[in-house]
Design a protein around this ligand. Structure first.
Ligand code: PGA
Length: 258
């Protein structure tokens, strides 16, 4: 696991946008795994700026998002379809027909989850996967105790996840209880993973993910078993890491960019 500790959120976001753009330059047809949530918003802003500056193109890429709420139509303002269109897709050159999310309003969500898993596999699996990190250790909506080998399926959201996401809805009770999420096994098949987390509120879970035991109690800890993961964090999120000095020694260029 490559752990990059940035002094500020701004340079951490630039770093992730840079990794993303570099990958697309090397391989324009990359299958992208995309995430939603507050942390990703700044990344998408940077990607849009790069696209407008002629520094990144998504014209040949395909994308699969991690998850979607069960019961929300794609045009619902709290759906992740809506988020992706507003925060990224409408502002860059990715072809709409190459963007995929699970359909939250599918008549049979279980069938939809299986269809989505098959579509990812048929695309050759994810090339570059972006991840945020839930305060409870979730990646996608794989809540604690999720099978570490799981495929795309329906998950019941924890109360803490629904509380964290209530800010996007009119009230807590409006936050759906179920979501369709890529499984942990699905995510682990990605060739390369970049996870971004900020702030003191994530410090405990960042330490568990990087230095704790691999355990379904902290689903993100499975990333220790992946061959190519880059964790990009700010100093606040790094504050509980026991081996912080070591990570800084291994990657001095993060603190003193040339
Ligand atoms: P956040 O969510 O970026 O809004 O903190 C991350 C997540 O829950 O995966």
């Amino acid at each position: 696991m490559k752990v990059l500790i940035h002094e500020t959120q701004a340079t951490a976001v630039d770093c992730v946008a840079g990794l993303f753009a570099d990958r697309l330059k090397q391989e324009p047809e990359t299958v992208l795994g995309l995430a939603t949530g507050g942390t990703m918003e700044a990344v998408y802003e940077r990607l849009i700026a790069r696209y407008k500056a002629g520094d990144m193109s998504m014209a040949k890429a395909r994308s699969f998002n991690l998850d979607e709420y069960v019961g929300l139509r794609p045009d619902h303002p709290c759906s992740y379809w809506y988020y992706m269109r507003k925060k990224l897709f409408d502002h860059v050159d990715i072809k709409p027909e190459n963007t995929f999310l699970p359909c939250g309003d599918a008549p049979d969500p279980e069938v939809e989850a299986n269809r989505y898993e098959d579509a990812i596999a048929a695309a050759g699996d994810i090339g570059l996967q972006l991840l945020g990190l839930g305060a409870n250790g979730h990646i996608g909506f794989n809540e604690p105790t999720s099978s570490l080998a799981s495929h795309t399926r329906i998950k019941t959201l924890t109360r803490t996840t629904r509380e964290a996401n209530a800010r996007y809805f009119d009230s807590f009770d409006d936050v759906p209880r179920l979501a369709i999420t890529m499984g942990i096994g699905t995510i682990m098949r990605a060739e390369e993973i970049v996870l971004l987390a900020f702030g003191e509120a994530k410090a405990d879970v960042v330490a568990k993910m990087i230095e704790g035991p691999v355990s379904a109690a902290c689903p993100a800890s499975i990333l220790q078993m992946h061959r190519k993961v880059t964790v990009v964090i700010d100093e606040a999120a790094a504050s509980k890491l026991a081996l912080r000095d070591y990570y800084e020694e291994v990657h001095p260029e993060v603190r003193a960019p040339s």
